[in-house]
Design a protein around this ligand. Structure first.
Ligand code: PRX
Length: 648
């Protein structure tokens, strides 16, 4: 197994080393007392209105379940991200915004950002939005997205960001579930030179039953193309900002008050609203940011994730800004105008830390080294990946070509539910192994178990659970606490079940082996098979369907659909195209069907359960070793399926 030591150049300036990591990690998990003491110390990174005296209060007993961190503490997150930097660093860039087109960029200081957040906070207050009210943000990657998040935090409103690539239908279902009062959107989004009709999607979403809760829509003027504005409901962002003053007293929030909801896919049903709270989330996002990214005062940090995902919440917005670090907000895509764009942005803004997804790395790698070599990337010091396993070839390329061999790579494993990174090779703490998340962060106790919950020591593979808790952990599913307990705390009582598999190698290092449930990871985006299936069968031609993941060179995992048509429907290219378009319209373009097999029957057990294991193997082109098929109701189904897949 290849191992990569940290370059001497990096090691010379690193915040930690193997001994320090081992010592602090051990101390952070040794006993209940030392664990609490560790988190109490970490909470000192935050400016509290009232310092917490109680640190941790966790009980995973289902009868008396609670998760509370810093429960008597009071704070305001926007003050931590803005006001506290105004004393020493008012004119430091808080946001460097790089537009879709390379001719557009904007630098916003902490002082300017503070002023705009306060104005928007006041405008929202005037509209009757206050503590605890939900606000849906459906925005492109523009500075106003970060402003809106922080303005909600300032007045105690709970934001729920909906990725701008999601459809009107997906937006509507999130509005209905969260019962929000306000939507903040833009006339249109722009990515890779293509325009997306955000405001039109909002209008369509607000025609759906159950969305009457929305009283106002604030619209950011991004492209200037004309969009319908409806009378008293819709207002322009710039008008409300211009008419507001910048004296906006921050709401005092309890540490356990919710900061945001973020919808994410599960193995069953509709996406669930993951609830994160104020004090614990901020402490965790901020402290992991410092540990994982070896952060220094003058770093320019670029996380390429959209704020529609948890990575964008924690590592575009909250952690960098709370730490006073300049954060890049990029509106575009790596291939526009050419594949040289990522390198150009690094040079243009002196980016020192780049944090991106393996999908983007694979796509860039495929285009050849020449594009990247158009830039010199001298400012780069550290690289990171997130969202999906990285294959060794992509890791090597990222390390050698993008990072010129001198930048360590932090492969960070975490989830929407965890609020921040739980595992990564902290820079200069260990020799890196391509594809491994390696080690737990301080205070985190990962355990590998078998399906009966027996802990597997030494080198072993099984399901990944986390014992105990950490401040950034989710508190509930919005409006469905029962589903929360069932999903995460009943499979392995007393521990958090991640839904991932993991492997521990001979050196004790951890490797994530992927989801063990029916959740797919397409280009680092999480999507439930059940969601796609229900979108598909809402098309009149589809009678029954099974969705499974399949290996995909660029996306990591692609979506494979087995579809039984309704009587009288004929298979054709046109129909397949239509089914795909239907799913993309229902969910969003990320739900693209990469393979469609029209079949007569699905492999089911006698009790009617679809044997997805077989479908996954066939989708991967594995026709032998299909495992035990003796429980199938009709064995011939598999032969027919093999024929269909082979002839496609
Ligand atoms: O399967 C794991 C995978 O992404 C899932 C979480 O997805 P989401 O909630 O959308 O959050 C993504 C960004 C934090 C996990 O259950 N995953 C995430 N990071 C890695 C990963 N798989 C392997 N290696 C990673 N570094």
């Amino acid at each position: 197994m290849k191992k990569f030591p940290t370059s001497s150049e990096f090691a010379a300036q690193a915040n930690t080393n193997p001994e320090k990591y081992a010592q602090l990690y051990q101390q952070s998990i040794e006993s209940d007392e030392s664990n609490e003491a560790f988190w109490a110390k970490r909470a000192e990174l935050v400016d509290w209105i009232k310092k917490p005296t109680k640190i941790k209060n966790i009980n995973y007993d289902l009868d008396n379940f609670k998760i509370k961190w810093f429960e008597d503490g009071e704070l305001n997150v926007s003050v931590n991200c803005l006001d506290r930097h105004l004393v020493d660093n008012p004119y430091k860039p808080a946001i460097i915004w790089e537009g879709d087109h390379p001719s557009l960029h904007k630098i916003i200081s902490f002082k300017e950002l503070h002023s705009e957040v306060c104005r928007l906070g006041n405008a929202m207050r005037k509209m009757g939005v206050g503590k605890g009210d939900r606000v849906v943000l459906y925005l492109p990657m523009v500075p106003e997205a970060v402003v809106s998040m922080l303005a909600c935090a300032r007045i105690g409103a709970v934001h729920t960001v909906v990725f701008g690539g999601f459809s009107a239908e997906s937006l509507a279902s999130r509005i209905v579930d969260s019962q929000a009062k306000l939507v903040i959107t833009a006339d249109e989004g722009v990515r890779g030179g293509r325009y997306s009709p955000l405001k039109t999607n909002v209008d369509r979403a607000l025609d759906v039953d159950g969305t009457e809760c929305i009283e106002k829509v604030i619209v950011v003027h991004r492209t200037g193309n004309s969009v319908p504005m409806s009378g008293r409901r819709d207002v322009w962002y710039h008008t409300v900002i211009d008419n507001s003053n910048e004296d906006c007293p921050p709401e005092t929030m309890n540490a356990e008050d919710p900061l945001f909801l973020l919808y994410t896919s599960g193995s069953t049903g509709k996406p669930k609203g993951v609830v994160h709270t104020t004090g614990g989330y901020l402490t965790y996002a901020l402290s992991t940011f410092r540990d994982v990214f070896d952060v220094k005062e003058d770093d320019v940090f670029w996380c390429t994730a959209d704020v529609g995902w948890i990575t964008g919440h924690s590592y575009v917005t909250y952690a960098p800004l709370a730490n006073g670090t300049t954060t890049i907000v990029f509106e575009g895509v790596p291939q526009y105008p050419t594949w040289a764009r990522i390198g150009q942005i690094i040079d243009k803004h002196d980016v020192s830390i780049l944090y991106t997804a393996p999908t983007a790395i694979r796509a860039m790698m495929k285009e050849g080294d020449a594009y990247v070599r158009e830039s010199n990337r001298e400012s780069l010091r550290l690289l990171g990946t997130v969202g999906e396993p990285i294959n060794p070839e992509a890791w090597d390329w990222y390390h050698n070509v993008v990072g010129e061999g001198r930048c360590p790579i932090v492969d960070t494993w975490w989830q929407t539910e965890t609020g921040g990174i739980l595992m990564a090779p902290l820079p200069n703490s260990v020799d890196m192994k391509p594809g491994a998340a390696m080690n737990p962060l301080y205070g985190i106790k990962p355990v590998i178990v078998d399906s009966d919950g027996v802990e597997l020591e030494d080198a072993a593979a099984g399901n990944l659970i986390i014992k105990d808790g950490w401040p950034g952990q989710m508190r509930t599913i919005y409006g469905d606490h029962k589903r929360f307990l069932e999903t995460y705390y009943t499979t392995y009582p007393g521990s958090y079940f991640t839904g991932d598999g993991a492997m521990r190698d001979e050196d004790g290092h951890l490797w994530i082996t992927g989801r063990v449930d029916d959740v797919l990871n397409v280009s680092g985006h999480r999507i439930g098979t059940a969601e796609i299936e229900s979108a598909l069968v809402s098309h009149p031609a589809a009678a029954e369907t099974a969705i499974v993941g399949m290996p995909h060179e660029l996306k990591g995992q692609g979506i494979c659909a087995y579809i039984i048509l309704r009587n009288g429907e004929e298979d054709s290219e046109r129909l397949r195209g239509e089914l795909n378009r239907h799913v993309r319209a229902e969910i969003g373009p990320i739900a693209n069907l990469d393979a469609i097999y029209i079949v007569d029957a699905l492999p089911k057990t006698r009790s009617g359960k679809i044997m997805r294991r077989i479908l996954r193997k066939l989708a991967a082109g594995e026709f032998d070793g299909l495992g035990d098929t003796s429980t199938l109701a009709e064995a011939s189904v598999v032969d027919d399926l093999i024929k269909t897949v082979k002839s496609a």
